[in-house]
Design a protein around this ligand. Structure first.
Ligand SMILES: [Zn+2]
Length: 499
């Protein structure tokens, strides 16, 4: 599949329009409207249930204050207005995993509205994706399919769920990816959601349409297609890119895009029809009669606002402005709170002047993350909390390179040993005899031996074939087992080869 940059020319006559709906489970001890525990992952089926979440007659819901606070803090972090009155509403539909026959959600009066999240674009600029609303609802149960029958597990039914809905402000697959990455980093920094997509704690549903530039000028939109069951941000990005090309191809062929729900086939990297033409659902929303309107005082909002941590976007700015870290590294380092903490702890030991934070950032996002990615289950940078290397040892390693005790290549090898053993770098360098050779007599001795062994190349060099200098440099490094100080070796070589 081609990416946007390699897309056919006719795509330039269309605009991609994406709105994103994200469902994030709120990290609370108990469910949204009852006291059942939310630790349903891996629990035996139907062991986290009670009359309320089983929807038995006479059971009444009680609002979970922690879930309300998590949602308000999320709304504040997303620059939303927090409504003084929010109303829970019944969203009526029937489905086997929905025991009440309705879901308690919020409709006309959600907790949070009209915010925005700032994302970084590839050209270095930033953009605001407007947030239409953040509301609170309850999760559904799960159907478990076994052979030709299905079972219902209601452990998940009633787990608090925040729904975060954007305006149709996203105009490329890359913007969607940037939005989701920044949103998840923000939720995790707040501690309001695990953001774990693979565990179903975060789910994204983009609705995707295209319109011609003429339609855009008239303020019209194309027909929306919703894609469901996306299990990674990369899948979201690829599904949007795929839909863009598919929908434009339909229109270019004179057809019409149908309003349908699509799924994502990861193996074939394409969207597949899930359900046919969707009529707008009539959920017959009405205010939940068993719950009073939720009043949110300004004092409560101010108290919660004071609990917000430094958010990823602000942290990113601080790394750039105060420490001179490049944006690309600053973004990666602030994508997970645990990574930012490791980085800041290392800076505290190593120092924040003379471009030092950038040097640390380069080593961290390059060499350390390479080891991290090769380990465990791949891409999850939160694994940094489990590694054997401490921030202080990491800083000490970079300092050994700075001080020319070891050269950068040896530094990478020492880092691998640190990763495997947790030993401090000085110990490893001493134990394995890795200290850099800067002793001129040792280097001169090596060079003399090489000149003897490669007399022909030496003669060619002296006859004017200057590119052979690289060959001799390689021989010096090899003769010293990579431990020669490259600068010292080069200086001696250039001196001695002239004679
Ligand atoms: Zn319950």
């Amino acid at each position: 599949m081609s990416t946007l940059s390699a897309a056919p020319a006719y795509l330039s006559r269309y605009e991609l329009v994406v709105g994103m709906e994200v469902h994030a489970q709120a990290l609370t001890q108990s469910k949204m409207f009852c006291r059942c525990a939310t630790d349903y992952q891996g629990a035996p089926p139907n062991t986290r249930t009670c009359p309320t979440c089983l929807a038995l007659p006479g059971a009444l819901p009680v609002i979970n204050q922690a879930a309300v606070e998590a949602t308000i803090r999320t709304g504040l972090a997303l620059n939303c207005r927090i409504n003084e009155t929010a109303v829970f509403a019944r969203k009526n539909y029937t489905y086997p995993d929905l025991p009440k026959g309705y879901q308690i959600s919020q409709y006309e009066l959600p907790l949070c509205e009209q915010g925005y999240l700032e994302i970084d674009l590839e050209d270095g600029s930033t953009k605001r994706v407007r947030i239409r609303r953040v509301h609170l609802e309850e999760d559904t149960g799960r159907s478990v399919h076994e052979g030709d029958y299905s079972l219902i597990d209601l452990n998940r039914a009633g787990v608090p769920l925040m729904e975060i809905v954007t305006e149709a402000d996203i105009h490329s697959p890359e913007e969607a990816y940037a939005y989701l990455t920044r949103l998840r980093a923000t939720l995790r920094a707040l501690g309001v959601s695990s953001g774990d997509m693979e565990k179903g704690a975060l789910r994204c549903e983009p609705n995707i349409s295209v319109r011609t530039l003429e339609q855009k000028a008239r303020g019209e939109y194309g027909v929306k297609v919703e894609v469901k069951n996306l299990n990674s941000f990369r899948a979201v990005r690829n599904a949007i890119a795929y839909e863009l090309e598919r929908q434009v191809a339909v229109l270019e062929a004179g057809g019409e895009v149908e309003q349908v729900n699509m799924g994502w086939d990861e193996a074939r990297q394409r969207t597949v029809l899930q359900r046919g033409k969707e009529d707008a659902h009539d959920y017959r929303y009405f205010p939940e009669p068993d719950l009073p309107p939720l009043r949110v005082s300004r004092e409560e909002v101010a108290r919660l606002a004071a609990t917000l941590p430094e958010l990823p976007a602000a942290k990113r700015n601080r790394y750039e402005q105060a420490w001179g870290v490049r944006r690309v590294e600053a973004n990666v380092l602030t994508s997970e709170a645990a990574v930012a903490r490791f980085f800041e702890d290392a800076v505290a030991v190593y120092g924040d002047g003379d471009g030092k934070p950038q040097r640390l950032a380069t080593w961290m996002t390059g060499e350390l993350f390479r080891l991290l990615y090769a380990d465990g289950d791949g891409q999850d940078l939160r694994q940094i909390t489990a590694i054997k290397i401490t921030p202080a040892h990491f800083a000490a390693l970079i300092k050994l390179v700075d001080d020319k005790v070891i050269n950068p290549n040896t530094g990478k090898k020492v880092l691998e040993v640190m990763y495997a053993t947790g030993d401090d770098p000085q110990t490893i360098v001493a134990r394995e005899g890795l200290a850099m050779v800067s002793d001129v007599s040792v280097i001169d001795e090596a060079i003399a031996a090489i000149f003897t062994a490669h007399a022909a190349e030496l003669a060619r060099y002296r006859a004017g074939e200057e590119k052979l200098l690289g060959f001799f440099m390689g021989q010096v490094m090899r003769a010293t087992k990579g431990k020669a100080d490259p600068a010292a070796a080069k200086a001696r070589l250039e001196e001695l080869i002239k004679e």
